[in-house]
Ligand binder design. Structure first.
Ligand code: FES
Length: 335
């Protein structure tokens, strides 16, 4: 781990590391009374002020491009925390940067699915173009590069994000052109989601503050479509097959008359688990819920091709017992 650069307090800022201390950049924008007012607005959203720490760290990044030692002190003072407590949080999450970030943050997913589809090749090519490695900023200050773990868009692998906006199904050439455009000062539209801003702009959004000139521009950004066809394939298939997640237990209706017994669900008799399953199916209020309830009913037939398994009282599957019990035989046989 490295220390928060610019810290004249060294390890006293975080208590987590002892790497060399770098001086703060002379042109680093200061945190002003206006930012204190915005921090107060953020803090007012929470019953406990300290809960505002994460968005306040984004606020600091929106001003200074990283979590500076001044930013750590700013959050600690306003939230009544120690600098060590703030530093511990700021150094835990990779989204909080520990040295000044370029105008844009380019994240290349090199996790499993993206990697097998070319994510590592993309990272290597972009890294060579920029002349920097992970968590480093190009000499012109345009781009900070990082390799990222899964960016939660595996259905569009390999994926690159710029300031957390998605550029789906990239290849080496398209990613190199994307980064070249960013360095020319352009803002290529993301594949989906909100328009591209820059790292400080998106940090302001993550702090829960608007960066848009008016309400219409803000609405347009927030309402931008983000789910695409691959994202929704599972939903479409489930709808076609009449499948649904099991219903979630409902809270009692406070308006219901406690003295009036609930209508009895039709029951076929049987065990307590079967009667409970009958009642859940009967209580379903729409076809999707009904399908879900029927799926977890203890009487539900095993899907085709499924290995026979015993069901416990809660409807969960348990491995077959008998000759293989105690020998891990069912697993070992499959292996
Ligand atoms: S593995 Fe790259 S987005 Fe999930």
């Amino acid at each position: 781990m490295s220390a928060l650069p610019g810290s004249f307090e060294g390890t006293a800022v975080t208590g987590l590391d002892s790497s060399p201390v770098e001086p703060a950049a002379p042109d680093l924008p200061l945190l002003t009374a206006q930012h204190e007012a915005e921090a107060a607005e953020i803090m007012a959203r929470y019953p406990q002020a300290r809960s505002a720490l994460l968005p306040m760290l984004h606020l600091v990044q929106s001003v200074q491009g990283y979590v500076s030692p001044e930013g750590v002190g700013f959050c600690a003072r306003l939230l009544g925390l120690t600098k060590a407590e703030v530093g511990a949080v700021a150094t835990f999450y990779t989204m909080y940067k520990r040295h000044p970030t370029g105008r844009h943050l380019v994240s290349v997913c090199t996790n499993t699915l993206c990697a097998v589809l070319g994510g590592q090749r993309i990272y290597d090519a972009v890294s060579a173009d920029l002349g920097v490695g992970h968590d480093q900023t190009a000499a012109d200050g345009s781009v900070t590069l990082e390799h990222a773990e899964c960016l939660a868009a595996c259905d569009y692998a390999p994926v690159v994000t710029v300031d957390y906006e998605f550029y789906d199904q990239q290849d080496v050439d398209s990613a190199r052109e994307l980064v070249a455009a960013l360095r020319r000062g352009e803002k290529p539209p993301p594949t989906r989601g909100a328009p591209l801003t820059d790292f400080r702009g998106v940090s302001r959004q993550l702090a829960g503050l608007s960066q848009h000139a008016d309400a219409a521009a803000e609405r347009a950004a927030v309402d931008a479509p983000s789910a695409g066809v691959p994202t929704l394939v599972g939903v479409r298939l489930a709808a076609e097959r009449g499948e649904a997640a099991p219903p979630i237990g409902r809270a009692p209706d406070p308006g219901a008359d406690a003295g009036t017994p609930a209508p009895e669900a039709p029951s076929s008799g049987g065990t307590g688990a079967e009667r409970a399953g009958d009642a859940t199916v009967a209580a379903a209020t729409n076809p999707a819920e009904k399908a879900g309830a029927e799926q977890v009913h203890t009487d539900a037939p095993e899907p085709a091709g499924r290995r026979p398994a015993e069901r416990g009282a809660e409807g969960t599957d348990t491995p077959p017992t008998g000759s293989g019990a105690g020998t891990n035989s069912s697993v070992e046989r499959e292996v």
